[in-house]
Design a protein around this ligand. Structure first.
Ligand SMILES: Cc1ncc(C[n+]2csc(CCOP(=O)(O)OP(=O)(O)O)c2C)c(N)n1
Ligand SMILES: [Mg+2]
Length: 661
């Protein structure tokens, strides 16, 4: 008798081939087999796993990573998920995120931490990743799913709930959050995590929590879970009608300005941006994440924009009738707290892969990949030109700013360098590093006074040459992030020195990863700027009438205040104790020699520079909103409030729809 046609033949109903592994072993095996592809180039999604072990992951994921490493050694191949030991969980996330940024979000790391404080140490890193739209996979350990021995060491007990753990704090910071209570949930959790990590519009911190008993539990896994899998990173095309709306607004512009953000880099859209700017003459200002989208000497590049912008970009922003955002979040530093764009009738056209960003400021939104969008715009704008007058104005403003940079870098019009035996101020420190580094070297920074100064002054000559984390501006990112950038360059076979610019405050917050750099043989050059406290917050405090209160590292005196001598702190000795080369410099000549020596050295160096904290960078002719006390007994505060009110009056709402303007 024949088999009914609708019944599949027996072979297709075969039971799946399974392998018995722990949840942790299966996770490592799965992650090792994930790949990404964009523009025909395919790479592994995970460069490896950063981790610190403790109870919660030492026996689960720790055992799985050990097994992976030993099996690879035996087989004479690379581990599926190479393991790197970090020193602080927050720092490990910074390293992973910096790596992902340097790799244009095409590769990242998994980060494993022990239960409790090891895991919650990663919260700051999670926020940083999500805010900067950079992918990282966090694997916090969690309390027992079985609750067999609760409460555990480091377990949060709540009288109102039995299923909340400290890891629930990751939920608002993560773009995807899951917890694997049972082995059967693992495939869905991992696939969901990969989808978000590799989606350009959704990416950020992705958190999958692993209860420690579940990590060690065995299960028969369908082998298809471990098949090589490729996640294709999309380049969404602009919708035709949206493009037409954008083109109509841009064609009406007399003096438009482009604001380039990090999305230009992540999309690899630098050449498309340059082509559009050249063809139309539209000048390009850059956010912190977007800096380097055009080389500093490109005729249409007017450098940094906003609170820490150049006078060139900010003058053009004040006058612009159409502002074209490309891959930018329009954060307050970029918009000078919504005072940068001075024309009350300014209209916005925003190209962004994320709808969240594309619609900001009531823009005519084009939701698309930056490269695809720019190429489509260039084609549709054929024949449009800003005209000779606007091109000449751009060139004139740009030349004036370049002269300002040359003068604060201490190179006057005759090329004279000034007194090289003097103590450098911070502008001269940046100038020395800028001029003595190679074009393809990378400068890394995150918090303090240097990010703003770098944004204004640094002359970027290579698209990957500028890496300032200013979404979260997190003190402590610098050294850890520098290691991520250096590892990314190493893995890409690129010869780049990485200059980590770090203030004494940030250094004290987290210099721990210098040890990791030594362990891994990763070379970074740390320029440690010693100004005995918070120059940035000190000058902000002064401008707000708060008299630099609590911003100097000074001894407490009998007056009860922190106004005594400088503290007997020796950060150079501290760095040397962590195993790196250290050079102390107190003059510009010594600094320049140290930079060249550090470049020539194969290992990491910390260059300790004493600087004058009271020499500021040149003005941006801009503002940043930090509210000042409305009432106060202090005259300094009252005066600052008056200035605040004047600026505040210039702030715009951007509620007017650009389309109907
Ligand atoms: C983790 C963290 N804490 C606090 C701040 C607020 N903050 C921003 S800059 C700064 C001081 C930085 O001091 P330092 O690294 O010495 O740089 P400087 O201001 O002297 O250039 C502080 C406290 C921050 N950005 N990140
Ligand atoms: Mg300082």
């Amino acid at each position: 008798m024949g088999r009914p046609a609708h019944r599949p033949p027996p072979a297709a109903r075969r039971s799946p081939v399974t392998t018995r592994l722990t949840v942790a072993q299966a996770t490592v095996e799965f992650l090792a087999n994930q790949h990404v592809e964009r523009d025909g180039v395919r790479t592994k999604l995970f460069a490896g796993a950063l981790g610190i072990f403790g109870h919660g992951n030492v026996a689960g994921l720790g055992q799985a990573l050990l097994q992976d490493e030993l099996q690879a050694l035996e087989a004479g191949r690379e581990p599926g998920l190479p393991y790197v030991l970090g020193r602080n969980e927050q720092a490990m996330v910074h390293t992973a995120v910096a790596y992902a940024r340097a790799k244009d979000r095409l590769q990242t790391w998994a980060v494993t931490a022990s239960v409790g404080p090891g895991s919650t140490n990663m919260l700051t890193g999670a926020a940083l990743a999500t805010i900067n739209r950079l992918p990282v996979l966090l694997l916090p350990a969690d309390t027992f799913a079985t609750r067999s021995a609760g409460p555990l060491l480091q377990e949060l007990e709540r009288p109102d709930s039995g299923d909340v753990t400290v890891n629930d704090a990751f939920r608002p910071l993560s773009r995807y959050f899951d917890r694997v209570w049972r082995p059967e949930q693992l495939p869905g959790a991992l696939l969901g995590a990969m989808r978000v990590l590799t989606d350009p519009a959704e990416t950020g911190a992705v958190t999958v929590c692993f209860p420690q008993d579940v990590q060690a539990e065995a299960h028969d896994w369908d082998d298809d879970l471990f098949a090589e899998r490729t996640w294709h990173i999309g380049r969404p095309l602009p919708e035709r009608a949206a493009l037409a709306r954008a083109v109509e607004v841009i064609r009406s512009a007399k003096n438009p300005l482009i604001v380039a953000g990090g999305g230009v880099h992540y999309s690899g859209a630098q050449a498309a941006l340059a082509a559009l700017a050249e063809a139309t003459g539209i000048p390009v200002g850059q956010s912190q994440a977007g800096k380097g989208a055009l080389s500093f000497d490109h005729p249409q590049s007017v450098g940094a924009i906003g609170s820490t912008g150049t006078t060139a970009a900010n003058a053009l922003a004040r006058e612009a009738d159409v502002v074209i955002g490309v891959g930018t979040r329009f954060q307050d530093f970029t918009t000078a707290s919504r005072t940068a764009f001075g024309n009350p009738d300014a209209r916005f056209v925003t190209l962004n892969v994320a709808a969240l960003d594309a619609v900001k400021h009531s823009a005519v939104a084009v939701v698309a990949d930056a490269r695809e969008g720019l190429e489509a715009l260039a084609e549709a704008l054929e024949g449009y030109d800003v005209g000779d007058a606007h091109r000449a104005r751009t060139a004139e403003l740009k030349a004036a700013w370049d002269a300002t940079v040359a003068s604060v870098y201490s190179r006057d019009a005759s090329g004279s360098t000034g007194d090289l035996d003097a103590q450098p101020d911070q502008n001269q420190v940046l100038g020395a590093v800028n001029e003595l580094s190679d074009p393809h070297d990378v400068v890394v920074c995150a918090a303090g006074s240097m990010p703003g100064d770098l944004h204004k002054l640094w002359q970027v000559r290579d698209a990957k040459g500028y890496h300032v984390e200013y979404g979260y501006s997190c003190m402590g990112y610098e050294v850890a992030g520098g290691i991520g950038v250096a590892m990314a360059a190493r893995d890409a076979g690129e010869d780049r020195d990485v200059f980590v610019m770090v203030g004494d405050g940030s250094y004290l917050m987290m210099a721990t990863e210098l040890v990791t750099a030594v362990q891994e043989g990763v070379k970074i050059i740390v320029v440690l700027v010693q100004n005995h406290g918070y120059a940035s917050i000190g000058s902000l405090s002064e401008s707000l009438g708060s008299q630099r209160f609590g911003t100097r590292y000074r001894a407490r005196t009998s007056s009860g205040r922190l106004d005594g001598d400088l503290l007997p702190v020796d950060l150079a000795a501290n760095a040397a104790s962590l195993g790196v080369e250290v050079v102390r410099t107190s003059t510009r000549k010594e600094l320049e020699a140290a930079i060249l020596d550090a470049k020539a050295s194969p290992t990491s160096t910390v260059i300790h520079v004493e600087t004058d904290p009271f020499v500021d960078a040149p003005s941006s002719e801009s503002w940043w909103e930090v509210p000042v006390s409305e009432v106060s007994t202090l005259e300094s505060t009252q005066r600052a409030r008056e200035v605040y009110d004047q600026h505040k009056a210039r702030q715009r709402t951007f509620l007017k729809p650009s389309e109907t303007n």
